[in-house]
Design a protein around this ligand. Structure first.
Ligand code: CP
Ligand code: NVA
Length: 313
């Protein structure tokens, strides 16, 4: 049984196949076609943090593909009413897969360990793999082949940055994190990346102005992630020189696109003129959450269709 807890669960070839499937389903969607390739399939969305994009993109995506989804909020009592084993085995009787957004990564690992149904990480403090699939799809649409493209992430070495660094390592892209001291991606994650992908090109910059000069994509995320609200004031001061604003964009190549996983705080990590400006790809990036995840769901639940309809990746 396959799970997607982090992108370490996929090979580069599998990731490329999922992305190509996502692009094929995106093209079909644009042409007004919604093939029923997951007819009568049902996934659960088990969320203990808020979400707009992840929830709605999975729900709408399942409907487009002929299936459906169930939103499982607090009332299902995950971790409260019964043992994790009973909870997960029962879910496995009803559902084809579960997407899980949890307060800790261990909670998602715990669900997956029973192999009762495929578990997809819909964001944890450690990682946000579905976001990275959509991000790479967005870069692929902008530049064709992603090989050698340089992603510069300005801000916190958080879940989104960690996943993107890994996605870049897997797909032969360069990744630079420009962050304040103490907010780098943790060494354990970097070591794991380098062990798996010895040629990974991952750098750290102290000054975003140096980092963006040869960027193809400039990526940022909020300074304060969900669960870190108590640090908000301190983080505002620590990150104040790590914002994607017009002076920074003047130093970047004209062809560089701007990415943000959203939700954004205009005036903090990104200026309104940049996120709403001509180089911004953020709305297409959000749209790609659905297309990439359709690719993932098709790959997990109807591999025959993928193999017959997406021959090249
Ligand atoms: N980018 C993202 O995961 O958005 P949501 O928190 O709205 O799902
Ligand atoms: N880093 C952010 C991403 C939100 C999609 C968070 O974890 O809150």
């Amino acid at each position: 049984m396959r799970h997607l807890l982090t992108l370490f669960d996929l090979t580069p070839s599998e990731t490329r196949q999922i992305l190509a499937t996502g692009q094929r389903l995106c093209d079909l969607h644009t042409a007004g076609e919604r093939p029923s390739i997951l007819e009568r399939r049902c996934i659960g969305l088990l969320f203990e943090k808020p979400s707009l994009r992840t929830r709605v993109s999975f729900e709408a995506g399942m409907v487009h593909l002929g299936g459906s989804s169930l939103f499982l909020g607090e009332d299902v009592g995950w971790g409260k009413r019964e043992s994790p084993a009973d909870f997960t085995h029962v879910l496995g009787q009803f559902l084809d897969a579960v997407v899980c957004r949890a307060k800790s990564h261990q909670r998602v690992e715990e669900l997956a360990q029973f192999n009762a149904l495929p578990v997809i990480n819909g964001l944890t403090d450690l990682s946000h793999p579905c976001q990275s699939l959509a991000d790479v799809l967005t870069i692929r649409q902008s530049f064709g082949d992603v090989t050698g493209r340089h992603v510069v992430f300005v801000g916190d070495g958080n879940n989104v940055a960690r996943s993107m660094a890994l996605a870049c390592a897997m797909l032969d892209m360069r990744f630079t994190l420009a962050c304040p001291s103490g907010y780098e991606i943790d060494q354990a994650w970097l070591d794991r990346i380098h062990q798996q992908y010895p040629n990974a090109k991952i750098e750290r910059a102290c000054d975003p102005r140096d980092a963006v000069r040869d960027a193809d994509a400039i990526y940022t995320d909020v300074w304060t992630s969900m669960g870190q609200e108590a640090e908000r004031e301190a983080r505002r001061k620590i990150f104040c020189n790590f914002k994607v604003d017009q002076p920074l964009m003047k130093l970047a190549p004209k062809h560089a696109i701007v990415l943000h996983c959203l939700p954004a705080v205009r005036g903090e990590e990104i200026a309104a003129a940049v996120i709403d400006g001509p180089q911004s790809a953020v709305i297409r990036q959000a749209a790609n959450r659905m297309h990439a995840q359709k690719g993932l769901l098709a790959w997990l639940l109807n591999r025959n269709w993928v193999e017959q309809n997406v021959p090249e990746y």
